[in-house]
Design a protein around this ligand. Structure first.
Ligand SMILES: [Fe+2]
Ligand SMILES: [Fe+2]
Length: 374
Protein backbone atom coordinates (compact mmCIF):
# COMPACT_ATOMS: atom_id res chain seq x y z
CA UNK A 1 0.00 0.00 0.00
CA UNK A 2 1.42 3.36 -0.98
CA UNK A 3 1.97 5.93 1.74
CA UNK A 4 0.54 9.09 0.19
CA UNK A 5 0.67 12.40 2.00
CA UNK A 6 -0.58 15.85 1.16
CA UNK A 7 0.94 19.15 2.25
CA UNK A 8 -0.43 22.67 1.91
CA UNK A 9 2.31 24.79 0.31
CA UNK A 10 0.32 28.02 0.38
CA UNK A 11 -3.41 28.50 0.61
CA UNK A 12 -5.04 26.59 -2.23
CA UNK A 13 -1.85 24.90 -3.44
CA UNK A 14 -1.12 21.36 -2.31
CA UNK A 15 1.67 18.87 -2.82
CA UNK A 16 0.62 15.21 -2.87
CA UNK A 17 3.52 12.77 -2.74
CA UNK A 18 4.78 9.37 -1.65
CA UNK A 19 7.48 10.43 0.78
CA UNK A 20 8.73 6.96 1.73
CA UNK A 21 10.23 5.99 -1.64
CA UNK A 22 13.78 6.64 -2.71
CA UNK A 23 12.61 7.87 -6.08
CA UNK A 24 9.54 9.84 -5.22
CA UNK A 25 6.71 11.31 -7.28
CA UNK A 26 5.13 14.72 -6.74
CA UNK A 27 1.69 15.78 -7.88
CA UNK A 28 0.24 19.24 -7.24
CA UNK A 29 -3.29 20.46 -6.80
CA UNK A 30 -4.11 24.11 -7.36
CA UNK A 31 -7.51 25.23 -6.13
CA UNK A 32 -8.25 28.81 -7.21
CA UNK A 33 -11.37 30.70 -6.16
CA UNK A 34 -13.14 32.16 -9.20
CA UNK A 35 -15.81 33.81 -7.10
CA UNK A 36 -17.25 33.31 -3.64
CA UNK A 37 -18.73 29.94 -4.48
CA UNK A 38 -16.75 28.49 -7.34
CA UNK A 39 -13.22 27.18 -7.41
CA UNK A 40 -11.13 26.06 -10.34
CA UNK A 41 -9.30 22.85 -9.43
CA UNK A 42 -6.26 21.92 -11.48
CA UNK A 43 -4.33 18.71 -10.91
CA UNK A 44 -0.72 18.68 -12.15
CA UNK A 45 1.14 15.50 -13.05
CA UNK A 46 -0.97 12.87 -11.24
CA UNK A 47 0.79 10.20 -9.19
CA UNK A 48 1.23 6.88 -11.03
CA UNK A 49 -1.34 4.10 -11.13
CA UNK A 50 0.39 2.09 -8.43
CA UNK A 51 -0.53 4.88 -5.95
CA UNK A 52 -4.01 5.36 -7.39
CA UNK A 53 -6.28 4.38 -4.48
CA UNK A 54 -4.47 6.48 -1.88
CA UNK A 55 -3.94 9.31 -4.34
CA UNK A 56 -7.67 9.51 -5.04
CA UNK A 57 -8.36 9.50 -1.30
CA UNK A 58 -5.93 12.39 -0.78
CA UNK A 59 -7.65 14.45 -3.52
CA UNK A 60 -11.05 13.48 -2.18
CA UNK A 61 -10.10 14.76 1.27
CA UNK A 62 -8.90 18.06 -0.16
CA UNK A 63 -11.52 19.00 -2.76
CA UNK A 64 -13.66 15.95 -3.61
CA UNK A 65 -12.46 13.85 -6.52
CA UNK A 66 -15.45 14.78 -8.70
CA UNK A 67 -14.46 18.45 -8.50
CA UNK A 68 -11.28 18.29 -10.56
CA UNK A 69 -11.69 20.63 -13.54
CA UNK A 70 -8.37 20.16 -15.33
CA UNK A 71 -5.81 17.38 -15.36
CA UNK A 72 -2.48 18.59 -16.69
CA UNK A 73 0.53 16.48 -17.64
CA UNK A 74 3.94 17.92 -18.53
CA UNK A 75 4.67 15.05 -20.95
CA UNK A 76 3.69 11.45 -21.66
CA UNK A 77 5.74 9.30 -19.27
CA UNK A 78 3.78 6.68 -17.29
CA UNK A 79 4.90 8.08 -13.93
CA UNK A 80 2.59 11.05 -14.54
CA UNK A 81 0.05 9.82 -17.11
CA UNK A 82 -0.83 6.25 -16.07
CA UNK A 83 -3.59 7.47 -13.72
CA UNK A 84 -5.09 9.99 -16.16
CA UNK A 85 -7.71 7.70 -17.80
CA UNK A 86 -9.04 6.43 -14.44
CA UNK A 87 -9.06 9.97 -12.99
CA UNK A 88 -11.05 11.19 -15.99
CA UNK A 89 -13.55 8.39 -15.26
CA UNK A 90 -13.95 9.59 -11.65
CA UNK A 91 -13.92 13.30 -12.46
CA UNK A 92 -16.56 13.51 -15.16
CA UNK A 93 -16.29 17.24 -15.80
CA UNK A 94 -12.49 17.32 -15.97
CA UNK A 95 -10.66 17.88 -19.22
CA UNK A 96 -7.16 16.78 -20.04
CA UNK A 97 -4.72 19.56 -20.84
CA UNK A 98 -1.37 18.81 -22.44
CA UNK A 99 0.65 19.49 -25.58
CA UNK A 100 -0.25 18.01 -28.95
CA UNK A 101 3.05 16.11 -29.00
CA UNK A 102 2.17 14.54 -25.67
CA UNK A 103 -1.42 13.80 -26.71
CA UNK A 104 -0.24 11.92 -29.81
CA UNK A 105 1.22 9.36 -27.40
CA UNK A 106 -1.19 9.49 -24.43
CA UNK A 107 -4.17 9.09 -26.78
CA UNK A 108 -3.04 5.45 -26.71
CA UNK A 109 -4.80 5.24 -23.32
CA UNK A 110 -8.06 5.53 -25.27
CA UNK A 111 -8.99 8.87 -23.70
CA UNK A 112 -12.03 10.55 -25.26
CA UNK A 113 -10.57 13.14 -27.71
CA UNK A 114 -13.42 15.52 -26.79
CA UNK A 115 -11.91 15.79 -23.32
CA UNK A 116 -8.50 16.81 -24.62
CA UNK A 117 -7.48 20.49 -24.72
CA UNK A 118 -4.20 21.19 -26.52
CA UNK A 119 -1.97 23.86 -24.97
CA UNK A 120 -1.12 25.10 -28.45
CA UNK A 121 -4.71 26.21 -29.06
CA UNK A 122 -4.89 28.41 -25.95
CA UNK A 123 -4.58 32.11 -26.92
CA UNK A 124 -0.94 33.14 -26.24
CA UNK A 125 -0.51 29.78 -24.52
CA UNK A 126 -2.26 31.20 -21.49
CA UNK A 127 -5.20 29.73 -19.65
CA UNK A 128 -7.23 32.65 -18.31
CA UNK A 129 -9.37 31.76 -15.34
CA UNK A 130 -12.08 34.28 -16.16
CA UNK A 131 -12.80 37.03 -18.67
CA UNK A 132 -12.60 39.76 -16.06
CA UNK A 133 -9.32 38.98 -14.33
CA UNK A 134 -5.67 38.58 -15.28
CA UNK A 135 -5.41 35.41 -13.25
CA UNK A 136 -3.99 32.79 -15.58
CA UNK A 137 -1.58 29.96 -16.12
CA UNK A 138 1.22 30.49 -18.65
CA UNK A 139 2.63 27.55 -20.54
CA UNK A 140 6.38 27.74 -21.05
CA UNK A 141 7.88 25.44 -23.69
CA UNK A 142 10.88 23.48 -22.41
CA UNK A 143 11.53 21.40 -25.54
CA UNK A 144 13.42 18.13 -25.03
CA UNK A 145 13.55 18.63 -21.27
CA UNK A 146 13.04 15.84 -21.35
CA UNK A 147 10.37 15.43 -24.04
CA UNK A 148 9.91 17.40 -27.22
CA UNK A 149 6.44 18.61 -26.23
CA UNK A 150 7.17 19.33 -22.55
CA UNK A 151 5.79 22.57 -21.08
CA UNK A 152 6.43 24.06 -17.66
CA UNK A 153 3.48 25.96 -16.21
CA UNK A 154 3.82 29.33 -14.52
CA UNK A 155 1.24 30.75 -12.15
CA UNK A 156 2.30 34.41 -11.77
CA UNK A 157 -0.14 35.16 -8.96
CA UNK A 158 1.72 32.81 -6.61
CA UNK A 159 5.06 33.03 -8.49
CA UNK A 160 5.18 29.24 -8.72
CA UNK A 161 6.48 27.20 -11.63
CA UNK A 162 5.44 23.60 -12.24
CA UNK A 163 8.41 22.12 -14.07
CA UNK A 164 7.68 18.39 -14.50
CA UNK A 165 10.96 16.44 -14.66
CA UNK A 166 12.99 19.62 -15.13
CA UNK A 167 14.64 20.53 -11.79
CA UNK A 168 13.48 17.18 -10.44
CA UNK A 169 15.71 15.14 -8.17
CA UNK A 170 16.63 11.46 -8.29
CA UNK A 171 16.50 11.57 -4.51
CA UNK A 172 15.09 13.72 -1.76
CA UNK A 173 17.11 15.09 1.12
CA UNK A 174 16.86 12.90 4.18
CA UNK A 175 15.97 15.62 6.62
CA UNK A 176 12.32 16.36 7.27
CA UNK A 177 10.28 18.78 5.20
CA UNK A 178 9.34 19.22 1.57
CA UNK A 179 11.78 22.01 0.66
CA UNK A 180 15.18 21.50 -0.89
CA UNK A 181 18.37 22.34 0.93
CA UNK A 182 21.88 22.32 -0.48
CA UNK A 183 22.06 18.52 -0.11
CA UNK A 184 19.26 18.18 -2.69
CA UNK A 185 21.69 19.15 -5.45
CA UNK A 186 23.31 15.69 -5.70
CA UNK A 187 19.96 14.11 -6.61
CA UNK A 188 19.08 16.94 -9.00
CA UNK A 189 22.42 16.70 -10.79
CA UNK A 190 22.19 12.93 -11.15
CA UNK A 191 18.60 13.07 -12.41
CA UNK A 192 19.53 15.59 -15.12
CA UNK A 193 22.67 13.73 -16.12
CA UNK A 194 20.59 10.61 -16.68
CA UNK A 195 17.30 11.98 -18.06
CA UNK A 196 18.00 15.27 -19.85
CA UNK A 197 19.12 14.87 -23.46
CA UNK A 198 21.72 17.62 -23.96
CA UNK A 199 23.21 20.67 -22.32
CA UNK A 200 21.84 22.77 -25.18
CA UNK A 201 18.25 21.73 -24.49
CA UNK A 202 18.73 22.22 -20.77
CA UNK A 203 20.19 25.69 -21.26
CA UNK A 204 17.33 26.68 -23.55
CA UNK A 205 14.81 25.64 -20.89
CA UNK A 206 16.74 27.47 -18.15
CA UNK A 207 16.82 30.55 -20.34
CA UNK A 208 13.02 30.37 -20.72
CA UNK A 209 12.65 30.22 -16.95
CA UNK A 210 15.09 33.11 -16.50
CA UNK A 211 12.93 35.29 -18.73
CA UNK A 212 9.85 34.91 -16.55
CA UNK A 213 8.83 38.08 -14.79
CA UNK A 214 8.59 38.01 -11.90
CA UNK A 215 11.11 35.21 -11.48
CA UNK A 216 9.50 32.16 -9.83
CA UNK A 217 9.92 31.96 -6.09
CA UNK A 218 8.95 28.32 -5.91
CA UNK A 219 9.88 25.52 -8.29
CA UNK A 220 7.53 22.57 -8.14
CA UNK A 221 9.13 19.55 -9.83
CA UNK A 222 7.59 16.13 -10.37
CA UNK A 223 10.39 14.39 -8.42
CA UNK A 224 12.48 15.31 -5.41
CA UNK A 225 12.25 18.42 -3.26
CA UNK A 226 10.44 21.71 -3.85
CA UNK A 227 12.98 24.46 -4.52
CA UNK A 228 12.53 27.90 -3.02
CA UNK A 229 14.34 31.12 -2.16
CA UNK A 230 17.97 31.58 -3.17
CA UNK A 231 18.25 27.93 -4.21
CA UNK A 232 16.05 28.62 -7.28
CA UNK A 233 18.74 30.78 -8.89
CA UNK A 234 21.57 28.73 -7.40
CA UNK A 235 20.34 25.41 -8.85
CA UNK A 236 19.42 27.00 -12.21
CA UNK A 237 22.96 28.40 -12.44
CA UNK A 238 24.50 25.06 -11.60
CA UNK A 239 22.30 23.21 -14.10
CA UNK A 240 23.39 25.65 -16.77
CA UNK A 241 26.96 24.37 -16.39
CA UNK A 242 26.67 20.59 -16.17
CA UNK A 243 26.99 18.03 -18.93
CA UNK A 244 23.95 15.82 -19.35
CA UNK A 245 22.70 12.97 -21.54
CA UNK A 246 24.38 12.96 -24.91
CA UNK A 247 27.06 15.45 -23.81
CA UNK A 248 28.05 13.08 -21.10
CA UNK A 249 27.99 10.05 -23.41
CA UNK A 250 30.27 11.85 -25.89
CA UNK A 251 32.57 13.05 -23.12
CA UNK A 252 32.39 9.64 -21.53
CA UNK A 253 34.03 8.07 -24.58
CA UNK A 254 37.08 10.19 -23.87
CA UNK A 255 37.15 10.10 -20.10
CA UNK A 256 35.59 6.85 -18.98
CA UNK A 257 38.75 4.81 -19.28
CA UNK A 258 40.62 7.29 -17.08
CA UNK A 259 37.89 7.20 -14.44
CA UNK A 260 37.95 3.41 -14.40
CA UNK A 261 41.68 3.66 -13.67
CA UNK A 262 40.91 6.10 -10.84
CA UNK A 263 38.37 3.64 -9.41
CA UNK A 264 40.80 0.74 -9.62
CA UNK A 265 43.71 2.71 -8.15
CA UNK A 266 41.48 3.56 -5.21
CA UNK A 267 40.39 -0.05 -4.92
CA UNK A 268 44.06 -1.13 -4.87
CA UNK A 269 44.80 1.46 -2.21
CA UNK A 270 41.86 0.29 -0.08
CA UNK A 271 42.93 -3.36 -0.49
CA UNK A 272 46.48 -2.54 0.61
CA UNK A 273 45.12 -0.68 3.63
CA UNK A 274 42.26 -2.96 4.74
CA UNK A 275 43.00 -6.25 2.97
CA UNK A 276 41.36 -7.58 -0.21
CA UNK A 277 38.79 -9.72 1.58
CA UNK A 278 37.55 -6.84 3.74
CA UNK A 279 37.23 -4.51 0.73
CA UNK A 280 35.31 -7.03 -1.41
CA UNK A 281 33.06 -7.78 1.55
CA UNK A 282 32.37 -4.06 2.02
CA UNK A 283 31.52 -3.66 -1.69
CA UNK A 284 29.24 -6.69 -1.51
CA UNK A 285 27.44 -5.17 1.47
CA UNK A 286 26.97 -1.90 -0.37
CA UNK A 287 25.52 -3.80 -3.30
CA UNK A 288 23.05 -5.74 -1.11
CA UNK A 289 22.07 -2.56 0.75
CA UNK A 290 21.04 -0.87 -2.49
CA UNK A 291 19.43 -3.76 -4.38
CA UNK A 292 16.54 -3.42 -6.85
CA UNK A 293 17.76 -0.23 -8.47
CA UNK A 294 19.85 0.47 -11.56
CA UNK A 295 23.51 -0.04 -10.91
CA UNK A 296 26.36 2.48 -10.83
CA UNK A 297 29.49 0.37 -11.39
CA UNK A 298 30.30 -3.21 -12.27
CA UNK A 299 33.04 -5.20 -10.52
CA UNK A 300 34.45 -8.33 -12.15
CA UNK A 301 37.16 -10.43 -10.50
CA UNK A 302 37.80 -7.71 -7.92
CA UNK A 303 38.37 -5.06 -10.63
CA UNK A 304 35.99 -2.26 -11.67
CA UNK A 305 35.17 -2.90 -15.32
CA UNK A 306 32.22 -0.62 -16.10
CA UNK A 307 30.61 2.65 -14.97
CA UNK A 308 26.96 3.16 -15.86
CA UNK A 309 26.40 6.79 -14.83
CA UNK A 310 28.61 9.87 -15.20
CA UNK A 311 31.85 8.61 -13.61
CA UNK A 312 32.51 11.65 -11.40
CA UNK A 313 29.04 11.26 -9.87
CA UNK A 314 29.57 7.49 -9.57
CA UNK A 315 32.86 8.10 -7.79
CA UNK A 316 31.28 10.41 -5.21
CA UNK A 317 28.50 7.88 -4.48
CA UNK A 318 30.84 4.93 -4.10
CA UNK A 319 33.38 6.96 -2.16
CA UNK A 320 30.71 8.06 0.30
CA UNK A 321 29.29 4.59 0.73
CA UNK A 322 32.78 3.20 1.22
CA UNK A 323 33.58 5.81 3.88
CA UNK A 324 30.50 4.95 5.93
CA UNK A 325 31.56 3.49 9.30
CA UNK A 326 35.23 4.45 8.82
CA UNK A 327 36.96 6.55 11.46
CA UNK A 328 37.36 10.28 10.76
CA UNK A 329 41.10 9.71 10.36
CA UNK A 330 40.58 6.94 7.77
CA UNK A 331 37.97 9.03 5.92
CA UNK A 332 40.41 11.89 5.63
CA UNK A 333 43.13 9.52 4.44
CA UNK A 334 40.82 8.12 1.71
CA UNK A 335 39.79 11.65 0.70
CA UNK A 336 43.38 12.85 0.28
CA UNK A 337 44.36 9.66 -1.55
CA UNK A 338 41.39 10.14 -3.94
CA UNK A 339 42.43 13.73 -4.68
CA UNK A 340 46.00 12.59 -5.42
CA UNK A 341 44.75 9.92 -7.86
CA UNK A 342 42.50 12.39 -9.71
CA UNK A 343 45.51 14.71 -10.05
CA UNK A 344 47.66 11.82 -11.29
CA UNK A 345 45.28 11.28 -14.24
CA UNK A 346 44.89 15.01 -14.82
CA UNK A 347 41.15 14.81 -14.12
CA UNK A 348 39.36 17.56 -12.26
CA UNK A 349 38.70 16.62 -8.66
CA UNK A 350 34.95 16.27 -7.90
CA UNK A 351 33.79 19.26 -5.88
CA UNK A 352 32.54 16.97 -3.11
CA UNK A 353 36.10 15.79 -2.41
CA UNK A 354 37.58 19.23 -2.10
CA UNK A 355 36.35 19.93 1.39
CA UNK A 356 36.40 17.80 4.50
CA UNK A 357 33.07 16.35 5.63
CA UNK A 358 32.41 14.83 8.99
CA UNK A 359 29.29 12.90 7.96
CA UNK A 360 28.45 10.87 4.90
CA UNK A 361 26.75 12.53 1.97
CA UNK A 362 24.90 9.33 1.13
CA UNK A 363 23.76 9.19 4.72
CA UNK A 364 21.85 12.38 4.03
CA UNK A 365 20.32 11.12 0.82
CA UNK A 366 17.78 8.63 -0.29
CA UNK A 367 19.52 7.38 -3.38
CA UNK A 368 17.90 5.43 -6.14
CA UNK A 369 20.85 3.80 -7.74
CA UNK A 370 22.27 0.42 -6.91
CA UNK A 371 25.96 1.20 -6.79
CA UNK A 372 27.57 -2.05 -7.80
CA UNK A 373 27.02 -5.04 -10.01
CA UNK A 374 29.38 -7.86 -9.06
FE1 LIG B 1 9.60 11.94 -17.67
FE1 LIG C 1 9.04 11.98 -14.19
Amino acid sequence: MADIRSYEIVEGLYLIKNPQLFFNFNSYLLSCPLDQNIKLNILFDPLPLRCFKDFVKAIDDLIGIENIDIIYTNHQDPDLTSSVPALLDLSKKAFYLTSQDTWRLTSGYNIDPDRFQPIELLPNRKLKFSKDSDDCLQFIPTPFCHFRGAYAVYYPKLKVLFTGDLLGGASTKKSEGIYADKDSWVGIKLFHEVYMPTKEALRLAIDQIGRLAPIPELILPQHGDIIKGDLVIEFLKRLNEIDVGLDYIKKEEREKELYIRVFNDMLDYAKSKYGEKAVIEKLNNISIQMSNYPEIIKIENGVISEVYIPPATAFVFIYDLFCQHLSEKDKEDIRLQSIAIFKKYNLSVPEELLYKRSSSLVDKLRIIFNPIRI
